[in-house]
Ligand binder design. Structure first.
Ligand code: 13P
Length: 250
């Protein structure tokens, strides 16, 4: 853990209009003008708020990321947004392969292509992986994660490996209030690191935990040896809760 800087990222999902997003920024920056020493912090607003939030946080050390990206640079892809567009909006990263996107049709192949397209465009990527309750109860979690990590990193250019973070988000823990136990989180994140080591320097790779992270459980989860931070959904919508989770990473 010593060589890995923890990252706490807030995924706002389909929440916050532009005024609401800016209101969050004001309150959050007032409470925490910059990230505590040794911690990185990102927020992932919905697309309309991406540029305004990036502008607002430009002079801070917070980074701003999109929630999704398309694999093509441009073209006839109604409703999609490319990596260069995200960069030009002032964001420096993007999520890829969130389970909610996968459930809406994002395939393993697209995840791999999107990791490549985003990293090639100089964006940082938080690639999300995670198993359903069904997979966990069948005892197939490791195999599932192996497949997702292996396919997701398949096209990554070696020179880009430091731009990648992986978030382990068990689907059964997302938005449910049912958080993974420390043993479950540690075991899965260690497995993700092991598999990812076939593609990147595993000792330097950041692996985050996501799924019902709150100010109450964040400290214990982020203290685990293979957990290098958190990807936070619901609790990241509230500036006070999000700041408390960031503090728990120190
Ligand atoms: P919750 O923190 O709301 O469970 O969401 C987790 C998540 O999906 C973050 O990407």
């Amino acid at each position: 853990m010593a060589s890995r800087i923890p990252l706490v990222a807030g995924n706002w999902k389909m929440h916050k209009t532009i005024p609401e997003a800016l209101e969050f920024c004001e309150a959050f920056v007032e409470q925490m003008p910059s990230p505590p020493a040794g911690v990185e912090v990102a927020v992932c607003p919905p697309f309309p708020a991406l540029h305004p939030v990036a502008q607002r946080l430009r002079r801070t050390k917070y980074w701003v990321a999109a929630q999704a990206v398309h694999e093509s640079l441009s073209g006839a892809h109604t409703g999609e947004v490319s990596a260069p567009m995200i960069g030009a909006a002032g964001a420096t990263g993007t999520l890829v392969g969130h389970s909610e996107r996968r459930a809406a049709g994002e395939t393993d192949t697209q995840v791999a292509e999107r990791v490549k397209a985003a990293t090639d465009a100089d964006l940082r990527v938080i690639m999300c992986v995670g198993e359903s309750l069904e997979v966990r109860e069948a005892g197939e979690t490791d195999g599932w994660l192996t497949a997702q990590v292996t396919s997701g990193l398949a096209l990554l250019d070696h020179a880009r490996e430091q731009q990648v973070t992986i978030a382990y988000e068990p689907i059964w823990a997302i938005g449910t209030g049912v958080v993974a136990t420390p043993d479950q989180a540690q075991e899965a994140c260690a497995h993700v690191r092991l598999v990812a080591s076939n593609f990147v320097d595993g000792a330097r790779l950041r692996v985050l935990y996501g799924g019902s992270v709150s100010p109450d459980n964040a400290g214990e989860l982020m203290a685990l040896p293979d957990v290098d931070g958190a990807l936070v959904g619901g609790a990241s919508l509230d500036p006070d809760k999000f700041a408390r989770i960031v503090e728990a990473a120190t």
